[in-house]
Design a binder for this molecule. Sequence first.
Ligand code: AMP
Length: 289
Amino acid sequence: MYLFKLVADLQKYLDKLRKDGNTIGFVPTMGALHEGHLSLIDKAKSDNDFVVCSIFVNPTQFNEPEDLVKYPRTAIQDIEALTSHHNDVLFMPPVDEIYPEGLDTRVELDFGQLDKVMEGEFRPGHFSGMVQVVNRLTNIVKPDKMYFGQKDFQQYTLVRNMLSQSASPVEAIMCPIIREPDGLALSSRNVRLQPDIRGKATIIYQSLLKAKSLLLKESKSELVRKMALHDLAIKDFKPEYFEIVDGNTLMPVEDYSESDYIVACTAVWAGEVRLIDNMIIKSPDNNLK
Ligand code: AMP
């Protein structure tokens, strides 16, 4: 695996690969890699000739300065994991390579409601930082395809919208959520969960499963939403939102029959750690869960 820290060096290497007719898959991450991230590398590897993974803890998407400081950084283990998954290129830039002085990297697009609901409401500024870094990284790497986890469903929806608004030739691909055996979605933040809280964190997955089966029976989402919020409010847990939305517009869906693409999305404080998760309740693509 090649490791680059500088944009110019990375681009020189990738230009040569492209000139030789190779396709490039790209997996942007913030590191502290787990099986969720590695599933994206595997998928990118199976679809493309070469895979680039970036590890960059993007300061502009952290709305809480403390969250940025506490974000786990495990470069050596990450390099080992990527090597064992045969990742080809690792890009680990310093902050001033991504945001050099004098370069305006902000993305001035109108996303309508997509960046205002759910995560947008509870993490002000998060999405403007996220689209800024994804746009900058995409312009640097110029991949054929980019891979994102369904785990961050709203993020994927926004990226897809950004690529479409800017008529980008890059294809964004969503990959399924990888979970622990008890259903907890893998997350770099899980290492910060206290053991007793970790033991109870399966409640988040259980609430999504229950919402899915209830919505199929009850049809009305408001009742299902309220039940989920109630179920999630156990000791040490505090749900921030539980929404049942249209998978394209992210607007609330009132009834099971209202849309052919329905996703339940939630954010829950588990002690001091904020976790997000979601489940596709109804999809035009039967492969999505
Ligand atoms: P992050 O490092 O948290 O920014 O995540 C990098 C990418 O990995 C994003 O596209 C995430 O959606 C994806 N990802 C994170 N956790 C999981 C998971 N449990 N399963 C699948 N993909 C994931």
